[in-house]
Ligand binder design. Structure first.
Ligand SMILES: *Cc1c(COP(=O)(O)O)cnc(C)c1O
Length: 296
């Protein structure tokens, strides 16, 4: 196995805003590996296996300049000794983002395309531009990605949690969790994009045909929209760090915890709830903030 899952901790948290009647713990996927952190490895693993099974040793994938998915793909492919190329949204900036610089140092080839081309990427014949490559969609969003995420709930014994909650970008991780949770567990996905009503369908198509647990997408806690950073978010993340020593990222897990806090305060979780929060990693994204804004 490439990674030692025993690095991943199940950490109980007791922030001051959590009433004693509700228990909460974080599954620290961010602790998996310094560079291949969080849910992105789980989404990649079955894709990498599928590429190898058909003898392909070049992975081509897609993302923006700060993408956690590109960061994780570059690092994982370096560790695995396979080639990878990123189709990057937007022209190359004079100074590349920290994410792209690191990815490039790890051996990822960068192929920049205009925003217009990127928007139409699903209609472009990438096969002919990258012959023989194995293609992983943006964010690792495919059935193999969801399948890889099924493993998350078997890392620790989490069978007696009543609720499992996570941040949602494409919904791939949530789908894998739904497919592997017990039918009695309730899943809530906190969407980090504004008005992303298409997501319910995106999750639905990745679900397996079996008795599924109850699941719901929460659309109220995107905090202004994708990658929008407010002073409240920063203050909340810093406060959470002071109380738990757990670092969160601004795009996903910060919004998950702030959304969870608001839902706790509005009484969504009944007394006796045991809530598992998935820490999906992504901390490299915080490097895009001005130094000193976060306490960590
Ligand atoms: C990509 C990402 C997500 C979103 O995962 P999806 O499977 O796309 O919903 C959540 N958290 C972090 C830290 C991420 O990097």
């Amino acid at each position: 196995m490439l990674f030692d899952y025993s690095n991943i901790q199940l950490q109980y948290i007791t922030p001051t805003w959590l009433p004693g009647t509700i228990q909460a713990a974080m599954l620290r996927l961010d602790m998996l590996h310094g560079a291949v952190s969080g849910n992105k490895w789980f989404k990649l693993q079955c894709n990498v296996a599928a590429a190898r099974a058909v003898g392909k040793d070049n992975i081509v994938t897609f993302g923006g300049a700060y993408s956690n998915h590109l960061a994780a793909t570059a690092a994982a492919c370096q560790l695995l000794g396979i080639r990878c190329t990123a189709v990057v949204r937007g022209e190359a900036a004079p100074v590349l983002s920290h994410t792209l610089q690191l990815a490039q140092q790890q051996g990822m080839q960068l192929h920049f395309v205009t925003r217009e081309v990127y928007r139409d990427k699903d209609r472009i014949d990438w096969e002919s531009r990258f012959p023989g490559a194995y293609f992983v969609p943006e964010g690792g969003h495919n059935a193999a990605g969801a399948e890889g995420c099924e493993e998350v709930l078997s890392i620790k014994d989490v069978s007696d949690f009543t609720h499992i909650i996570c941040a949602v970008g494409t919904g791939t991780t949530l789908a894998g969790l739904i497919n592997s949770a017990k039918p009695t567990q309730q899943l809530r996905g906190y969407v980090v994009l504004k008005g992303a009503t298409y997501l319910a369908h995106e999750v639905q198509v990745l679900l397996k045909n079996k008795e599924l647990p109850h699941w719901e997408l929460v659309h109220e806690h995107h905090g202004g929209g994708y990658a929008k950073v407010t002073p409240e978010l920063i203050a909340g993340m810093n406060h959470f760090y002071e109380e738990t020593k757990i670092p969160l990222d601004v795009v996903y897990t910060g919004k998950l915890v702030m959304g969870f806090k608001k839902e706790v305060e509005s009484g969504i979780f009944p007394a006796g709830s045991r809530v598992l929060l998935i820490h999906s990693g992504g901390l490299q994204g915080n490097l895009s903030l001005k130094p000193g804004i976060l306490l960590y």
